[in-house]
Ligand binder design. Structure first.
Ligand SMILES: [Zn+2]
Length: 391
């Protein structure tokens, strides 16, 4: 199993640190790696350390004017432009180097898959899906997802499917490939009328020859595991079967959790685990077993992110952990040192049941109405029947 799957990691990735009380705190990555190690998920696995992406690779997704602005921002101070120096995207020391290293992590994963040294690869530091061609957005400086997908397209892959399960719309990746029929982007997110960045409507379908290759599934606030899973399974598998990708790239943000402070979906760690197992299964069935997984959002730093992404690492490595697995005392003690008053979970699950009833053609509740709208907008563009639940 270790041979089939690669884990990209280096402590230098913790340098992507926006400082102060910024929610994108790298402790979430450190606590994830510590938990995975304490549970034995990484036994015998030698993580692949990334190299920083060079300018030629950053240029796959960004203008050089923007890359230069990022590089110079810590020296320039105010008025940098390009979305930098804002509350969401503060300028920090070594911003270019740290951001290029995150991109390098996802590229390292892509290279492992393209070379055949691994069928699956995961970089939990990646998933910075909001970064745009010429500006930073939503805590994201460089878009590692877009760079990795572009690199895959130049290195043996003609069709790439990107699935984004973060609570926010995967707007940067959608924009990068909006008119490219070689890339199917699917984003499940909280409805844009109720959450930043306000895009990701069902009607955003792709442009020109790429009509139908941008897919958006905007879910109502409060959606719980069974509804989320029903929406996922009523849309994603059929689209992958029709699109026939050669590799699956996934952004696995965990800010969909009920306890996440920045958004209002109501999923559980058990639901996240079910999603990773489903993504792995879909990669096996529809993408030749090739799966590049990245992290993404997730701001319940102690109680949610470490457990959910340990399940992600375990899924990639075929070392699935049962939700009732006890959290190791060693790890709990580490967290208590950081946050003495935090009420910590005891197991790898929330005790939630993510099982769901498959969509059967109705539109009786708000999630089912979204499913119907998405299928009617997108399925005919792929030769699928939107009203037939078997499609
Ligand atoms: Zn997010």
């Amino acid at each position: 199993m270790g041979e089939r799957a690669a884990v990209v990691w280096d402590a230098a990735l913790l340098g992507y640190d926006m400082g102060g009380d910024h929610p994108f705190n790298p402790i979430r990555l450190e606590l994830t790696m510590r938990l995975a190690r304490a549970l034995g998920v990484l036994d015998g696995v030698t993580p692949l350390p990334p190299e920083p992406a060079d300018d030629a690779d950053l240029a796959r997704a960004h203008t050089m004017a923007y890359v230069d602005a990022v590089r110079e921002a810590p020296m320039v101070g105010w008025d940098v432009g390009h979305g930098l120096g804002t509350a969401d995207n503060p300028v920090f020391g070594q911003m270019h180097a740290a951001s290029a290293l995150v991109v390098g992590g996802s590229l390292r994963a892509a290279r492992a898959i393209a070379s055949g040294s691994a069928d699956r690869a995961v970089s939990i530091a990646g998933g910075l899906h909001h970064a745009m061609r010429d500006h930073a957005a939503g805590f994201c400086v460089y878009n590692d997802c877009s760079v990795a997908i572009s690199w895959l397209l130049d290195n043996g892959f003609d069709k790439v499917a990107y699935i984004d399960v973060d609570v926010h719309h995967g707007d940067g990746v959608q924009a990068a490939f909006y008119d490219d029929p070689r890339v199917l982007t699917v984003s499940l997110h909280q409805h844009p009328a109720t959450l930043w960045p306000g895009t990701g409507a069902v009607t955003e379908l792709g442009a020109g020859a790429a009509q139908g290759t941008s897919v958006n599934i905007p879910l109502p606030p409060g959606t719980t595991d069974p509804g989320w899973q029903r929406a996922f399974h009523a849309t994603v598998p059929s689209l992958l079967a029709a699109f026939e990708p050669q590799v699956l790239v996934t952004q696995c943000g965990v800010d969909t959790h009920a306890e996440d402070p920045l958004a209002d979906l109501s999923l559980s760690v058990d639901g996240h685990r079910a999603t990773y197992l489903a993504l792995r299964d879909l990669a096996e069935r529809y993408a030749g077993g090739k799966w590049l997984a990245t992290g993404g959002g997730g701001y319940e730093l102690l109680r949610v992110v470490p457990r959910s992404w340990t399940h992600l690492l375990a899924a990639v490595l075929d070392r699935d952990l049962a939700p009732d697995t006890r959290l190791p005392t060693e790890w709990l003690n580490t967290v208590r040192k950081v946050a003495p008053r935090a009420e910590l979970p005891l197991t790898m699950g929330d005790g939630a049941d993510p099982s769901f009833t498959p969509w059967s053609g109705g539109a009786d509740d708000r999630v089912d109405a979204v499913i119907r709208d998405v299928r009617r907008a997108v399925f005919p563009l792929h030769g699928l029947d939107p009203d037939d639940p078997r499609d």
